[in-house]
Write a protein of this length. Structure first.
Length: 210
């Protein structure tokens, strides 16, 4: 009768080859993702990416749209002063723009035009006449903070920033942003309008005048 050595039997066993244990999976399971699982994850990723891109584009359009509207109102105010336009059939010392709140500003003018224009306080006062109130219509867009009053006075026109006229005067800075955005860390979410005492009006992305 042939005798089989138990030690050699153990060494020849497939489960003990090279001292490694063989892993086994249930039939039909490869241990990876199925095609359906990959497609589901890819679809969710595409939807989320598309949503973020659309939201970013809409915010950018709203910022630019609001900025352009505010600039148009400032230029219109400037034109009224250059042409010495009357308000309610009365001559005025000039026309100005003043901050109201995070989503509104007003266009104002002096009570009347007289010899007192040279001593008139160009910053908005309760005795001034509000020619028009303007509200930001784009949702999710706001002024970052208040800004200096801007007043245009004929005939040059002289541009007063916070009641001061002079080329050395810093420009008025009107920052428009996506609501709650930090312009320092996310400059793309902000736009700035810079009104200089020379009457020049510039715009830029971010919160710093060019």
């Amino acid at each position: 009768m042939r005798t089989v050595d138990s030690t050699s039997k153990k060494l020849s066993s497939p489960k003990n080859t090279a001292g490694l244990a063989r892993l086994s999976f249930p039939k039909g399971k490869s241990g990876g993702f199925t095609l359906i699982e990959v497609l589901v994850v890819a679809s969710i990723t595409i939807v989320i990416t598309g949503f973020l891109m659309v939201n970013f584009s809409e915010t950018k359009l709203n910022l630019d749209h609001t900025m352009n509207l505010v600039v148009a109102d400032i230029r219109d105010t400037q034109t009224k002063a250059i042409t010495s336009a009357t308000y309610n059939s009365t001559l005025r010392c000039g026309y100005g723009v003043s901050y109201v709140n995070a989503t509104a500003f007003k266009i104002y003018t002096s009570p009347t035009a007289s010899n007192a224009c040279s001593t008139y306080n160009r910053n908005y006062e309760v005795t001034d006449v509000i020619a028009r109130s303007v509200a930001i219509r784009d949702q999710g867009v706001e002024f970052r903070s208040s800004f200096s009053d801007i007043f245009f006075e004929p005939p040059d026109p002289a541009t007063f920033i916070n009641n001061i006229a002079g080329l050395s005067t810093p420009p008025a800075q009107i920052v428009i942003r996506r609501a709650g955005a930090d312009c320092a860390t996310s400059p793309g979410s902000c736009r700035i309008i810079c009104v200089y005492p020379s009457s020049r009006i510039d715009t830029a992305t971010g919160a710093t005048c060019p």
